[in-house]
Design a protein around this ligand. Structure first.
Ligand code: PLP
Length: 395
């Protein structure tokens, strides 16, 4: 069965990419829920371990269901290769720790997902890897930090939760001059709205827990990049440290990918409507949504993304008490720190996802006490707007 090639468009790749049928000719991808594999002979086992024969060995190293997902995601991203991990954080951790060594230097955007921030600020220094944070939207700071050699750059665009956009092309050029590989955490944009490799990024990481599953079921992660780097740097690290994705979760993620384009498009449409509604409300001080012309980096966002995404952030006038009153008055939209789900979820970053970074760092990132992050789901936009309108009236 020949696997589809990159000549297919994204919607087709999402349904067919990477599929390898067994001789039974099943329609849906087969779930190989097995930890190990048997060999026809001792000689075949020997040849497999010597690398002269291709055969699955053990699901920590590889599994046919996981391979289908890796190939589907690599085709969609336009990457040479992909490795799945058990969570998004395992993907970020593996991408960084497999490459870096003592004495290396990392430059990172300050606005990172909380656990990514912990890896860069707390974990890496324990191993003698120095780190420097910059304000991602300020090219001058990138230029200064990358005037000295560095081995890796880590950034997220749009960022969580302020939806700040980073100029991928400019930062990648500076990073490469400094000798650094650029790792882009592309969760908020999804592989459909932004392809960082096109702008010069070397490695793209995903939390597949978010839009790729998108139905609130499983954790998963992915690392994509050049085949030589994946095979010689990342794969030995994954093989020997074991952040392997369960084949069952890989199977769910394959099914999630089949509807990804539909879900992301519908989520973007809903998010744009909700953002426009919120912008007209006097209890809302400010709305951040990349596809709105009042987003501070709207032009850059629309140059490197094909739509605004499924997240909207806004500031409630009246700080934390007003934000909590509004969130507690919602009936349809539920309070949760997750995102990218079919269900709309709302969170107060200052007291949850961004509590641990402290008040001073939150102030630097512009995460005020009134800021609320809304992950817009697939409900009818009119019902979401009615829920927000009723909650604003009650609050
Ligand atoms: C959720 C998330 C992660 C971590 O992914 P997990 O699957 O929860 O481990 C990393 N980066 C971003 C931007 C995220 O939203």
């Amino acid at each position: 069965m020949t696997a589809p090639t990159t000549s297919y468009r994204p919607a087709t790749l999402l349904v067919h990419g990477g599929t390898e049928r067994t001789p039974h000719g099943e329609t849906s991808e087969a779930l190989f829920l097995t930890s190990g594999f048997v060999y026809d002979s001792a000689e075949q086992a020997e040849a497999t371990f010597a690398g002269t024969e291709q055969h699955y060995q053990y699901s920590r190293f590889g599994n046919p269901t996981v391979t289908m997902l890796e190939q589907r995601l690599a085709l969609l991203e336009g990457a040479e290769a992909c490795r799945m991990t058990a969570s998004g954080m395992a993907a970020v951790h593996a991408a960084m720790l497999s490459h870096l060594r003592s004495g290396d230097r990392v430059v990172a955007a300050r606005a990172l997902f909380g656990s990514c921030h912990w890896i860069v600020s707390t974990l890496l220094p324990r191993y003698g890897i120095t780190t420097e944070f910059v304000d991602g939207g300020d090219l001058g700071q990138w230029r200064t930090a990358l005037a000295r050699p560095a081995q890796m750059v880590l950034l997220e665009t749009p960022s969580n939760p302020m939806l700040e956009v980073i100029d991928l092309q400019a930062v990648c050029a500076l990073a490469h001059d400094a000798g650094a590989l650029v790792v882009v955490d592309n969760v908020f944009a999804t592989p459909l709205l932004q392809q960082p490799l096109r702008y010069g990024a070397d490695i793209v990481v995903y939390s597949c827990t978010k839009h790729i599953d998108g139905q609130g079921r499983v954790l998963g992660g992915a690392v994509l990049g050049r085949r030589a780097w994946i095979d010689t740097t990342l794969q030995p690290f994954i093989r020997n440290t074991g952040p392997a994705l369960s084949p069952f979760n890989a199977w769910l993620l394959l099914k999630g990918m089949e509807t990804l384009a539909l879900r992301v498009a519908a989520g973007c449409r809903n998010a744009a409507r909700v953002a426009d509604f919120l912008a007209t409300q006097r209890q809302i001080e400010r709305v951040w949504y990349p596809a709105r012309s009042d987003h501070p980096q709207h032009a850059l966002a629309m140059a490197q993304m094909s739509d605004g995404g499924t997240l909207v952030s806004f500031a409630a006038a009246g700080g934390k008490p007003a934000a909590f009153r509004l969130m507690n008055a919602l009936r349809l939209i539920r309070v949760s720190n997750n995102l990218g789900d079919t269900k709309s979820l709302i969170t107060h970053p200052a007291t949850t996802t961004h509590m641990r970074i402290g008040g001073a760092e939150r102030a630097r990132l512009g995460i005020g006490d009134g800021v609320i992050r809304l992950s817009v789901g697939l409900e009818d936009a009119d019902d979401l707007i009615a829920d927000l309108a009723a909650a604003l009236a009650a609050a």
